[in-house]
Design a binder for this molecule. Structure first.
Ligand code: G6P
Length: 611
């Protein structure tokens, strides 16, 4: 995750770039930099957020009508001034910004070192620009051609922009795997990781495809592919107001993403599920689906919220497919010398597709001969590339650091995988299979009903905003929801919270209950309902403050609870997709009321690419 932005035209480039970088900061916020042609090809870069670069630039002569900038989330090399982008070539005649990972950079670097190159940073990106310049010198070709030739030789993912001291109106961009959008204005061009830095100036955009190169020279745009085939630019109109593609009128990305869930769940099922014909297809499972059907054991690996989705999936697979499941923290799995037997299948879950521990766990499992399925949100990210097969969650970009819509989309995909496998194995009746398909199609409308409770949840948040602790309890399918509710609160409000299986409470956490302790019960009508009622009584008897999430029409639990949130009825296995939503909103409102930075909580990152 990094953000890139570039400009050439009649405006002051640094103004466009700095503003653009602020919009892309969700993609990484550990260091930033900018390159301008102001007397020379000058690079200014700093560890820290865009605001820090901005103060560093104050008072400097930044007059340039061409430039490019980068906001980094470190992959190769720690976040510091040297590793920040842009990076220079050996002669400093060229500079590059890059989002992605050049996988064969180490081999390229060895070659260049042998030729006498020296490097200022530890990044793959610096190697890339040295490599481009080396080709240019060896082949005695244009810079465009050198970039093209270099792209045919690098392995990995990239969105890049290259600037040249010798060509003051030239910008070269290319992509493979990482996003890149071009904005076409009147006598000016923009490039960025998404449309947010562009939309303020023009709504005419070109989404560059993989393996395409865009060359802007003297105000003319040319697009070709890496095999040198010229392409006709396809200019599209972005039919969105600036506000809509930023936070869509919401105060925070997290709130926007919570409210997007009816749509993201629908997007996740689009073209894959149709209850009328009984059709359920996940194209990405391909020929490997039989490995899942024949699996003797499924091992799920993930981190954070994705790990919670894995816990729910354990219930799906065991209930519907009658196959034993183990859910592992990727970080523990990779260091435990785990036993992988023939017949074991691994499912890796990751929103970003870049989490280092999950990737390493995948590689370990692969080295032991396992077949790996991926459930990821970010298309083209590393995990889908490292797995044998899988399914995307199609939740759209998730920008808030605390995961919300990605979680419900993960549950949707995992439920679909379990149903496909169960149907093929014959471990689910046709009637049950069809019933669940219908229930899944009704999910978006039901989530919408939960979102309508926002004001009520805000009221409850106000009651508990000054709490110092919270307990979340649930059983069965709602136990992982209790964990996820607690995680959401910890992440963004910095309140200590614990999620527990409700029955396990009496083995320890019950000692914490007093009249100041809020206890959120996920107590919907399901097979463990009566048991949860008893657990609520146990908390009440010790004067705990009970907040209950119940199924609409429940008359028993509301009498025992200080606050009640009623959610629509849904079949037990799908309840986590509904019952998690009020908990997302509760944490959100508490965090806002406490003045916390909801979208960029302290110490966290959206995509953890380090161990
Ligand atoms: C970080 C994020 C979490 C996320 C976890 C796993 O900790 O802050 O929101 O759940 O990483 O990320 P992944 O992209 O692999 O799902």
């Amino acid at each position: 995750m990094c953000g890139i932005v570039a400009y050439v035209g009649h405006r002051q480039a640094h103004e466009v770039i700095i503003k653009g970088l602020k919009r892309l900061e969700y993609r990484g916020y550990d260091s930033t930099g900018i390159a301008l042609l102001n007397g020379g090809l000058n690079v200014y870069k700093k560890k820290g957020k865009v605001a820090e670069l901005e103060s560093f630039l104050k008072g400097q002569n930044l007059n340039s009508k061409i430039g490019m900038g980068h906001t980094r989330w470190a992959t190769h090399g720690e976040p510091n001034d040297e590793n920040a982008h842009p990076h220079y070539s050996a002669t400093k005649n060229l500079a590059i910004i890059h989002n992605g990972i050049i996988e064969n950079y180490s081999a390229l670097k060895q070659d260049l070192l042998r030729k006498g190159h020296t490097f200022l940073s530890e990044t793959d990106t610096e190697v890339f620009i040295h490599f481009i310049e080396d080709i240019k010198n060896n082949e005695n070709c244009s810079i465009e051609e050198a970039v093209r030739l270099a792209l045919t030789k690098v392995v990995g993912a990239y969105a890049i922009v290259v600037m040249s001291f010798e060509d003051p109106s030239l910008l070269i961009a290319a992509r493979k795997g990482s996003p890149l959008v071009l904005g076409v204005g009147r006598g000016e061009f923009f490039m960025a990781s998404d449309a947010t830095p562009i939309i303020e100036y023009t709504n005419e955009v070109i989404y560059l495809n993989d393996q395409e190169i865009a060359i802007i020279n003297d105000g003319t745009l040319t697009i070709k592919d890496t095999s040198n085939l010229p392409l006709t630019p396809y200019v599209q109109t972005v039919d969105l107001e600036l506000e809509a593609i930023e936070k869509g009128g919401y105060e925070h990305f997290m709130l926007k993403e919570i409210f997007e869930q009816p749509r993201s769940i629908k997007d996740c099922m689009r073209g894959r599920l149709d209850s009328v014909s009984g059709r359920l297809i996940l194209g990405g499972l391909r020929e490997y689906v039989n490995k899942l059907v024949q699996a003797d054991r499924i091992i799920i690996i993930a981190c954070g919220t994705s790990w919670h989705a894995g816990l729910v999936a354990e219930y799906f697979f065991e209930e519907f497919c009658r196959v034993p499941v183990e859910v592992e923290y990727a970080s523990e799995f990779r260091y435990r010398n785990p036993i992988i037997r023939e017949g074991d299948v691994v499912i890796a879950i990751s929103q970003s597709g870049e989490t280092a521990d999950t990737l390493a766990a995948i590689e370990l499992a692969k080295s032991k001969g396992a077949i790996i399925f991926g459930v990821c949100n970010v298309v083209g990210s590393s995990i889908p590339r490292a797995t044998h097969a899988g399914a995307y969650t199609h939740a759209g970009p998730e920008i808030g650091v605390a995961s919300t819509k990605a979680f419900t989309a993960q549950l949707t995909v995992l439920n679909m995988i379990a149903l496909i496998v169960a149907e093929k194995k014959g471990t689910i009746t046709e009637q049950k299979f069809n019933e669940i398909l219908v229930e899944m199609e009704n999910l978006p409308a039901k989530v919408e009903k939960v979102l309508a409770l926002n004001e009520q949840i805000k009221y409850i948040a106000n009651e508990f905003k000054d709490s110092t602790n919270f307990i979340y309890l649930g059983r069965g399918y709602n136990f992982p929801v209790a964990l996820e509710g607690a995680l959401k609160l910890k992440e963004i409000s910095y309140i200590h919270a614990e999620g527990y299986p409700a029955a396990e409470m009496k083995h320890g956490p019950i000692a914490l209950i007093d009249e100041d302790m809020p206890v959120a019960f996920i107590a919907t009508k399901d097979s463990s309902y009566e048991k949860v009622v008893s657990n609520i009584q146990e908390v009440k008897a010790r004067k705990g403050r009970v907040i209950s999430i119940v199924t609409e029409g429940d008359t028993q639990i509301p009498k025992m609870s200080e606050f009640v949130i009623e959610v629509p009825h849904v079949t037990e296995s799908l309840m986590p997709l509904i019952s998690v939503v009020p908990l997302q909103l509760l944490s959100y409102h508490i965090a806002v009321m406490r003045g916390c930075n909801v979208d960029q909580p302290r110490n966290l990152a959206k995509s953890v690419t380090v161990e």
